[in-house]
Structure formats: C-alpha cells, structure tokens
Write a protein that binds this ligand. Structure first.
Ligand code: ADP
Length: 437
C-alpha cells in the first residue's frame, strides 16, 4: 500500500519541485501554469487508463487485457493474474463437471434430478432413454407432463420412498423399470431408474418352473395316494387286484424318480461353472453302447440302424455326451410308432463332427420347433407322459450342447418324422494320427 502512495505521488512531487524551480528562476505565474499543465497531464493519463479498463470490462478476455506502465501497469498485471486464476478454476470445474457427467453416463442406472415441484433439473442418458426425455428440450419441465402413468404420478406424491415403484414405461412396454426416489438437499430428489426386465423374466421363469415341478409331481402323487388309500380301505382285496395296484404305483413312483433325476441333471448342468472335464471319446464305442441301450428300450419294435461315417473321435465329456445322445435316441423311439425306422448317424459336415438321430415318427409342426428345448414344453402332454417323458430331455440336450459349443439342429415334418442333430465345432474332432490321411 505504501508503495502505491509513493508511486502515485512521484509525478506530483516531481512536478511541484520543478514548479518551485520555475518560480525561483522565472516567476510564480509560470510556475502555476506549469503546475496546472502537469496536473492536467496526470489526470488525462489516469482518465485514459480508466477508459481502457472500462472498455476491457465489456468483454473481459485474458488476451485483450490492456497494457500500461506505472501504477496502471500494476493494476492490469494484477487483473491479468486474477483472470488467469479464474480461468484456471473455471477449466478445473468444467473438467470436474465433465468427469461427473461421464461417470453418471456410465452408470448402469438412469439418474434424474427433480426439484421440489418435480421439474427436471438434470438427467443422464439412460434416464433419457427410459423415459424418452431430452436433457435440453425437457430442462425444467414438469416430469409428470412427460411421464403420465398414474402409478408413477402417485408414487411421486408419496412421502415414503422405501419401496421402489415397478412399472412398464408407456413407450417401451417390453421393458420393466424399477424406480426409486431419494430425497436430498433442500427438497430435491434423485430419481434412480433401473431396467429389471431380465430379472423379472428370470423371476417369472422361476415361478413357472416351481409351478410346473409341483404340477408334475402332484399327478403321480395323487395316483399313488389313491391306491394306498384303496389298499388301506380294502384289506380283503384280491391278490390280483392288489398286484395290479402295486404295479401302477410302481409306474408312478418311477415317473417321479425320472423327473427328479432329470431335474438334478438339469440343475447340475445349469449351475456347473467349472470348466468341462474333457477327454477324447471313442464314438465307435459310445454309439454302440447307446445303440444297444436303444434296442432294449425299443423292444425290437423299431428297425434301428447305426451308421458310422466318420472315424473322428470327439473331444468332450463322455457322461454328458452319453446323456445327450441317449435322450435324443429315447425321444426318437418314444415318438415313432411301432415299425418306424430309426437311424443313428455319426458323420462330418464341412469338417464339423455331427451326431444325428433320424426317425420316421410322428414329426413336429413348425410352430413348436423353436420352443422344444424349453423346460416342460411338450407338443402332446399325454403322449409324453404315457411314454415316461419328463419334458426336460431336450432342455438337458441343449445345455450339454452349449457346454460343448455345439448347435442343436431340428428338422421335422408332421406325420413324416424328425432329425435331431448335434453339430460340434471342428476343433472338437479328434482324428488319430495313424488314421489320418
Ligand atoms: P419329453 O420328456 O416330453 O419327451 P423332451 O424335452 O425330450 O420332453 O421333448 C420335448 C417335446 O418335444 C416332446 O414332448 C415332444 O412333443 C417333442 N419331441 C421330442 N423329440 C421328438 C421326436 N423325435 N419326434 C416328435 N416329437 C418329439
């Protein structure tokens, strides 16, 4: 501050000293005139710098800051530093904001900030997508004008947001959203929306699955229960009738046993995250075993043939492959009327190993084909049950195929027959060095 007064007074003090000198040498009038002129020059200089400062303040940019000497030079240099500091803080804040914006954009949830009267102050891209918002166009718009579903409006007006709102947005009704409001600051609210379509689907599948399993078990249990009650109520039942009842009960318990076995297999396949235990499976041996099991199952009622057109072995899990091939063959036998031909084939297609079961059975109409591998999906429930089906065979085959990176191909024509083929990736074909051409 002292420096300031010193620098400000230097020209005046010097002028005064010079005026005194003029007074001594010439006269008082000349000294006064000189003093007046000197003061005018000093004032004009300050006025000019002030004018430059005002001009600059109209559009205060660092590049256009005026230059000057003396005390004004000091003023402009300090201003320059201040503006520079301000710019740097602004840049830091912009970078910080961009950073926050990028982070919220990367959030797997929609986020919107609502003020005390439900106007949108800000929203991230996912919130824009879920509710068809536009962050610029809809800035400060009342969200209840844009999302008009009554359950949403009712939720906004609630005071307790512990439970999220689950709803389908009008314009994306294939989507299920979970919406939660979190109050913060002064009457502001953070609206978090999450796409729970997949979770809901899994939950629905789980509910269906439990309902299906209960249903599948209830029928045989009711039958067994009925016979047990009959046997209890009629102790003098003839031996023949008692034997028949026991036979039927055994059939039903077998059905339940098959179902539980298939459920356990499926659950094991679905939950097993460990890498597949692989070995080189000799298909000649494995398919011959399956072929003989098939003959026993069919009881000579179908001409069964095995064609081994490839000498490649298969890299995979022997037990899982046996289960998949066995399921396909058992289906072919169960859905082919007596006398119908069944062919088991091991071949190669464009270097890819293919296992196929071809039957001349009842076939499947096209609308059912895409759904056959769903758990408990059957074209004809009673036929499936009569032949001991659980409705899980093809679901098991599909899982085994996935674990072996194989594709399940189904070709079928109603009344003519079907071909179920497992096409394995070429890397799973294993040809013995000695046999290779
Ligand atoms: P299921 O125990 O009922 O046979 P799967 O999952 O093995 O259950 O098969 C599902 C459904 O696919 C069967 O109920 C049947 O309708 C149909 N299906 C499977 N294989 C054949 C086939 N070879 N010929 C005709 N229909 C078949």
């Amino acid at each position: 501050m002292q420096d300031f007064w010193f620098r400000l007074s230097v020209p005046i003090v010097l002028g005064t000293l010079f005026a005194l000198l003029l007074w001594g040498v010439f006269s008082a009038t000349i000294a006064q005139l000189f003093m007046l002129l000197a003061l005018l020059v000093v004032m004009a200089r300050h006025a000019w710098q002030l004018y430059k400062l005002l001009q600059w303040l109209h559009d205060a940019r660092i590049e256009t800051i005026p230059e000057a000497g003396g005390i004004w030079g000091e003023v402009f240099s300090r201003l320059y530093k201040m503006v520079k500091r301000h710019n740097r803080t602004k840049q830091d804040m912009v970078a910080e904001l961009q950073h926050i914006e990028q982070a919220t954009a990367a959030l797997p949830e929609g986020v919107a900030i609502l003020n005390e009267v439900n106007r949108i102050e800000w929203c991230n891209p996912l919130a824009q997508q879920y509710f068809d918002l536009d962050s610029k166009r809809d800035f400060m718009q009342d969200i209840t004008y844009l999302v008009r579903q009554p359950e949403f409006i009712a939720y906004l007006h609630e005071s307790n947001f512990n439970e999220p709102l689950v709803m389908r947005p009008t314009r994306h009704d294939d989507m299920v959203l979970s919406i939660k409001l979190i109050p913060y600051g002064e009457n502001k609210r953070l609206m978090i929306s999450r796409d729970i379509t997949q979770l809901e689907r899994i939950e629905a599948m789980r509910r269906d699955f439990v309902a299906n399993v209960s249903h599948e078990l209830r029928t045989p249990l009711t039958v067994v229960n009925g016979y047990v009650e009959t046997l209890q109520d009629m102790p003098d039942l003839s031996q023949d009738n008692a034997r028949r009842a026991l036979q039927l009960m055994a059939g039903q318990t077998k059905r339940m046993e098959n179902l539980v076995a298939d459920l356990l297999t499926l659950s094991h396949l679905e939950n097993d995250r460990s890498p597949l235990l692989e070995e080189v499976v000799d298909m000649d041996v494995l398919l011959n075993e399956i072929y003989h099991e098939g003959k026993l199952l069919s009881g000579k009622s179908h001409p069964l043939r095995l064609e081994l057109l490839s000498n490649a072995k298969l890299l995979g899990n022997r037990e899982e492959l046996r289960s998949a091939f066995g399921n396909l063959l058992s289906n072919a036998i169960r859905y082919t009327p007596e006398g119908g031909a069944i062919l088991l084939r091991w071949a190669e297609r464009d270097g890819q190993p293919v296992f196929a079961v071809q039957d001349s059975g009842i076939g499947i109409s096209p609308q059912h084909i895409p759904r056959l591998t769903e758990r408990f999906y059957r074209v004809d429930r009673s036929r499936s049950r009569e032949t001991g089906g659980t409705g899980l065979g093809l679901a098991i085959v599909k899982h085994i195929a996935i674990r072996h990176q194989a594709k399940l191909e189904i070709l079928s024509e109603e009344g003519k027959g079907s071909t179920f083929a497992l096409v394995f990736p070429d890397k799973r074909a294993h040809v013995d060095e000695m046999l290779a051409p």
